[in-house]
Design a protein around this ligand. Structure first.
Ligand SMILES: [Zn+2]
Length: 396
């Protein structure tokens, strides 16, 4: 039986391409052009914790900022107030939408500093009409021991006579960038910032910690899946093995920037000029429950686990390290005995001439790209390379 082996090369394999746009919007907590680094809880993409409620999303559709207590949350971009939503089942999920694209979720609904009123719940205005006409967010501040109304935000124009202060305000239907738009709900203590309902990562537009090199540290691994179903480290150069299938694992550490976008695993066979993608994963759009976009659907399934079980896990998919923000692992089973074309009666190639990955030397490259286009890639191979009996068009 001949062997297939892996060899190292310096060719660039990855098809990951960079975006040109760079973020310019101020972060919602610092309200300055400096990156606000306190992204806490969850980044965009697969969830890193397994506390589930029916409102939890996995993948996570936005960015959680540590904007708590009475820290003023600011609009990252100006625009019309397009929606004030009161979630009656789960008040902590209430939100305000601005410009039709940005949603600020987990706003306080019933505090003096930040309160939401549904139509007709705030009494009547000076003309005797029920207030408000549509949902509003009322923001108040204490000045010299007296609470005053700062702003009333809503999608419909009107006037609002605040039942808790001496003030009458007209409803603000358009806010400018950096203006105060919410306080965090006391039971949530963070802002969930979401863009286009999760279709895009907010960090594409919002300033954040975004170091150029390295954006990520990759940990490539080849592993065998043993008869016990556990993956263990690869210890020789043979990728073809009848009884033990192969699993490739990329580990990506983006804990500094928290802005991972895509990961890809490719191979190049010696003698070929172009590489082929084995599998790619993309975090956008974060809208499909329980999985992220992948070239091959099963490899997009999200598994939440801690580091030790991740190391020996043999299921394909994405493994965000539990309780760590932006430390994610990606696993893909490489069927090195795959048929080149469907053949009646065969599940795997019995002959080299029928193999999709025939005898030869292969290089594997794993790469990652962040949401602003910084890439990192690394070649990978098993620890011991022996070419002696491996090259040639021999029978598998
Ligand atoms: Zn969130």
């Amino acid at each position: 039986m001949a062997r297939q082996t892996l060899a190292i090369s310096i060719l660039c394999l990855l098809s990951l391409t960079a975006l040109s746009a760079q973020p310019t919007l101020p972060d919602p907590g610092g309200m300055t052009d400096e990156p606000f680094t306190e992204i806490s809880g969850s980044d965009y993409g697969p969830r890193n914790f397994d506390k589930r409620t029916d409102r939890d999303s996995n993948p996570h559709k936005g960015i959680d900022y540590k904007i708590r207590d009475n820290i003023k949350g600011r609009a990252v971009e100006g625009g019309a107030v397009t929606n004030v939503q009161i979630d009656k089942k789960n008040p902590t999920a209430s939100y305000i939408s601005i410009g039709g694209v940005w949603s600020y979720i987990h706003i306080a609904t019933n505090t003096l500093g930040c309160q939401i009123y549904a139509p007709g719940t705030a009494g009547v205005d000076e003309q005797g009409d029920p207030m408000p006409a549509s949902n509003v967010v009322v923001l108040r501040e204490e000045k010299n021991g007296v609470w005053r109304t700062t702003t009333v935000l809503g999608a419909e124009v009107g006037s609002f006579k605040d039942p808790k202060t001496p003030d009458v305000k007209s409803v603000t239907t358009y806010v400018s960038s950096r203006s105060w738009v919410f306080l965090a709900h006391p039971n949530q203590q963070h802002l969930h910032l979401q863009y286009r309902q999760g279709a895009e990562n907010p960090l594409k537009y919002v300033l954040h910690s975004d170091s150029n090199t390295p954006v990520a540290v990759l940990w490539p691994k080849f592993k065998r899946i043993g008869l016990d179903g556990q993956a263990s480290d690869f210890s020789d150069d043979i990728i073809f093995n009848t009884f033990q299938s192969l699993i490739l694992q990329a580990g990506v550490d983006v804990t500094g920037d928290k802005d991972l976008d895509k990961v890809e695993i490719s191979y190049l066979m010696e003698g070929d000029f172009s590489s082929a993608t084995l599998n790619g994963w993309a975090y956008e759009p974060a809208t499909t429950s329980g999985s992220i976009k992948s070239t091959w659907a099963p490899a997009g399934k999200i598994h939440i686990s801690s580091m030790v079980p991740i190391a020996s896990a043999s299921e394909e998919g994405v493994y965000p390290a539990k309780n760590v923000v932006s430390l994610d692992f990606f696993k893909y089973k490489w069927d090195t005995r795959a048929l080149n074309a469907p053949a009646t009666g065969f599940l795997s190639a019995p002959l080299n001439s029928m193999a999709k990955y025939p005898d030869g030397r292969y290089m594997i490259q794993m790469g990652a790209i962040d949401i602003t286009g910084h890439t990192v890639s690394t070649d990978s191979r098993p620890p011991d390379i022996g070419y002696s009996s491996s090259v040639g068009n021999t029978i598998l």
